[in-house]
Design a protein around this ligand. Structure first.
Ligand SMILES: [Zn+2]
Length: 227
């Protein structure tokens, strides 16, 4: 479950990311009544087998069988804050009702890794890497090879969210290429995060400043492609 909002007196509209149908919204009736069977099981981050009834305009949740609650994400503020970024990316990036099994698996692995993160630094690294990998799975991976504007392989100056890649020094001054500067350390970090499995991140020592730059690349690329 990746999002939820109140609806009428006792209902909620929940946003789910499903293995079978991608992102979708469904109405969960009566969940805000204390004796509701569905309610307590529909928490953000929960991995569940959900039965849906397909109505004329909206799905209705008719059954929830919890597989993993990932309660640890909700138990610590630093995990919850990072988790909110991850779910936000999932809500805004995935197109509605488009099946994407690799994206589903990645999101589930990201939440599982976040649940195990011992401190804020690791939680932030896991979520940054997961968001970067989600961009890649959806075909929006930043192009780090050659200049996204001229195609040349001159030395890299910065990153352009609208072009979705790095920009060389000679193109960076031009009006057509709005970009921000990127250090070599950030470029290297981005490659490492894209290529390493989430499970390996814990042992990895990454420069904080480089991570902050990668964060800027990821959040601006998300903002550009999100809806
Ligand atoms: Zn160029």
């Amino acid at each position: 479950m990746i999002g939820s909002m109140r609806y009428k007196e006792a209902d909620r509209i929940v946003t789910l990311y499903t293995r079978e149908r991608g992102r979708l919204s469904a109405i969960a009736r009566g969940v805000r009544r204390t004796k509701s069977k569905v309610g307590g099981r529909l928490e953000p981050f929960t991995l569940a087998q959900i039965s849906l009834y397909s109505g004329r305009s909206l799905y209705t949740v008719v059954g929830v069988e919890t597989l993993r609650t990932f309660q640890a994400v909700r138990d610590e503020l630093f995990r919850l804050e990072e988790g909110a970024r991850l779910l936000g990316a999932a809500r805004h990036l995935f197109p509605s009702e488009e099946r994407n099994a690799p994206a589903f698996n990645l999101l589930a692995r990201g939440v599982a890794k976040l649940a195990e993160a011992p401190d804020a630094a690791e939680a932030s690294k896991v979520v940054l890497a997961t968001r970067l990998k989600l961009l890649a799975v959806l075909g929006y991976a930043p192009d780090l090879g050659s200049c996204a504007y001229c195609g040349g392989d001159g030395s890299v100056f910065g990153f352009s969210p609208s072009l979705g890649g790095v920009v060389c020094e000679s193109c960076a001054g031009g009006e057509a290429t709005a970009c921000f500067a990127l250090s070599l350390g950030a470029l290297a970090t981005m490659r490492v995060l894209l290529e390493s499995p989430l499970a390996d991140l814990g042992a990895m020592d990454v420069d904080e400043r480089a991570l902050a730059e990668v964060e800027q690349v990821v959040s601006q690329t998300l903002a550009y492609h999100g809806h």
